[in-house]
Design a protein around this ligand. Structure first.
Ligand code: KG4
Ligand code: ZN
Length: 381
């Protein structure tokens, strides 16, 4: 089964074409095409993602990315194929009707079984670009269009190692950590998800980004903080700062990160000259605080669920310190639990994970959701 997937929930525009094979749940995935363009540099001057800029950039790049993914997959061939898209489909994306019509009208219908698209959670103006593009492909190629949950993409991509899902024991516990989410998700039965704990305020990625901003580091701040903190560890530095570990001892699976960011603010305000050395020491203490909270909450979640497998997913799952301490936790305290971590390069937003999620649900025999697809910024599990 072959899927073309589109992801535009935040600041990455991505299109991937995947082929799935095997018998559920032992599936294999072959990436035929993978085109991705990050807008992060464009948002950096605003210090964060600016939704309308994201939408404009998605609209400017989605058609060339679809074309690129098809070309990589060897599925692009020229053919006169006049297409009339439904009126008003791109009412909010000026210029896209002409661009999409022109592209589709000179392109042969590719051998693909379905189109998948992220319907949420994410920035709604950004999501709509992908959804409308997917609908255009669905009309022109007479294919079903399947709405996907972005966080399910992060969850499943962690379970796919070396392009395969193999011998996974249930229940699975996932810790999803990204710019917009921080949550524990339990999967007791395949593809049945339950959020069992989440942040009451900021997401952990947001705390990284805001802290980076307070330290005068560019967006996205996570990798910047991580680099400084790792440098401090390599030099064996001890941080003179002391930041809170919010809700570490709350005895439940809730998180809170806004107080940590505020504590960084107060600390920075007290510093006369924020030297590179002090930034390094503050980054170290910040990352240690986040790591301590994630480790202790994960221990509790593993105890509560009796999970046989544990995974991390989302952009923050690229973080070296977090990967290290969670690996240590599993090795020392939960040796019978299998740990799944996506390769750091696969932790950020991409369309491969959206195609994988669509393939897993289709190949498991799940009925595709019917009805009109709408962007849902707060889509949950
Ligand atoms: O999953 P993602 O690409 O987008 C969302 O769905 O939000 O996650 C982006 C977040 C940003 O907050 C970014 O700063 C953070 O992931 N991030 C990191 C690292 N790499 C990306 N945070 C900490 N350490 C990293 N190495
Ligand atoms: Zn994401």
């Amino acid at each position: 089964m072959r899927i073309l997937a589109i992801e535009t929930s935040c600041d990455e525009t991505a299109v991937a074409i995947l082929e799935g094979s095997g018998t559920f749940p032992n599936l294999s995935f072959h990436i035929l095409g993978n085109a991705l363009l990050s807008q992060a540099q464009k948002h950096a001057e605003f210090g964060g993602v600016f939704p309308n800029l994201a939408k404009r950039e998605h609209a400017a790049t989605i058609v060339p990315l679809i074309e690129d993914a098809l070309k990589q997959a060897g599925l692009l061939s020229e053919e006169n194929h006049p297409v009339a898209l439904p009126e008003g489909l791109f009412a909010h994306e000026p210029g896209l009707t002409e661009q999409m019509t022109a592209f589709l009208s000179r392109t042969a219908i590719p051998e693909i079984d379905a189109v998948a698209v992220t319907a949420g959670p994410g920035l709604e103006p950004a999501l709509w670009v992908g959804i409308n593009a997917a609908k255009a492909l669905g009309v022109a190629w007479n294919l079903p269009v399947l709405p996907q949950n972005h966080m399910e993409g992060h969850f499943l991509s962690a379970l796919i190692q070396n392009d395969k899902i193999e011998n996974i024991e249930l229940p699975v516990l996932g810790l999803l950590i990204s710019g917009g989410h921080t949550e524990f998700v339990a999967m007791k039965e395949w593809l049945s998800y339950q959020t069992i704990g989440e942040t009451v305020d900021d997401a952990v990625g947001e705390a990284f980004d805001k802290t980076a901003r307070l330290l005068g580091l560019p967006y996205p701040g996570g990798p910047q903080i991580s680099k400084l903190a790792e440098a401090a560890r390599a030099e064996n530095l001890q941080s003179p700062f002391s930041l809170p570990r919010p809700m570490q001892k709350s005895g439940d699976l809730r998180f809170s990160f806004s107080g940590l960011k505020t504590a960084v603010l107060y600390t920075v305000q007290k510093i006369e000259t924020l030297t590179d050395e002090l930034k390094k020491l503050l980054a170290l203490e910040f990352e240690n605080a986040v790591g301590d909270v994630l480790r202790d909450k994960t221990r509790k979640a593993l105890e509560d669920t009796g999970a046989r497998a544990f995974l991390i997913g989302g952009g923050v799952a690229a973080n070296t310190h977090i990967r290290r301490i969670l690996t240590e936790l599993i090795q020392t305290e939960f040796p019978d639990t299998k740990l799944y971590m996506p390769h750091p390069k696969d932790t950020g937003d991409n369309a491969v994970m959206i195609a994988q999620a669509a393939l897993v649900s289709l190949m498991s025999g799940q009925q595709p959701k019917g009805g009109d697809i709408r962007a849902n910024g707060n889509l949950g599990f």
